[in-house]
Design a protein. Sequence first.
Length: 284
Amino acid sequence: MIAPTVSTDATGSTVCWSTTIAFIFTTLATFLGIPLFWYYYGYTAFDWTLMGILYIVTGMGITVGYHRMISHKSFESHPAVKFVLLIMGGWALQNSALIWCADHIRHHAHTDEDADPYNASKGFWYSHIGWLFMDTPYREDRFAEKLRKDRMIMWQHRYYWPIVASGLFLPFVLGYLVNGGVVGGVSCFLLAGVLRTALVLNSTFTINSLCHMVGTQPHGKQDSSRDSWLISFISFGEGYHNYHHTYSHDYRNGPKWYNFDPSKWLIYSLSLVGLTYNLYREKV
Ligand SMILES: [Zn+2]
Ligand SMILES: [Zn+2]
């Protein structure tokens, strides 16, 4: 009899080998493949520019789309905006909106408890990335129930992997056309595909880890969430995490006009032309 290839921790979680192997591969590609390619071939200005553009596009897909629109219903949007945000978020390789948002709703419902998917009381590495390698027994269907009734969310869930592939294929095609040839395609794929994905992943991971460890708690000490304006600069405004945990329905994470919160600026700008509406603001 073949023994099951899982190991179990004290809370009953089991190691998720598919994610673990995928991350080992991505880490090797990032830390070995990208520098080696730089040494032998170099990268073009187009590669760096597209990496910056896709960092913003896919990062905002997560913060505006997955987080503020779907998880917290802090605003509504035209279906075309929602569709585009779901594609942008899918390109970030952070799972389908159905799974990401159900996990995030559970994070707010059970912050700092065993059922919190990225429980910061288990330490930096667990909340930053370690939780991804565990299949948790706390993934209850009630957190996904309402999301399953949304046809566009279910469509994105069904076609999640083709969407991910298109987000990696696009830099290759653009690099092939602009830089010229297969080597130009690979160079653009490595920066605007692989490195961009690694950077956006870590930007999101930082909210789950450092924003529950470093910073101030001006809005409440009900949980470990912290405000950090510094982290907002790499995460499109999500660093004001203590405000967000206290007033999670607000479309803003940084409520003051001077708070660096590009996600709220995008949502507000779209509302001026009628593409987003019913923006929820706390009266604080
Ligand atoms: Zn949230
Ligand atoms: Zn949090």
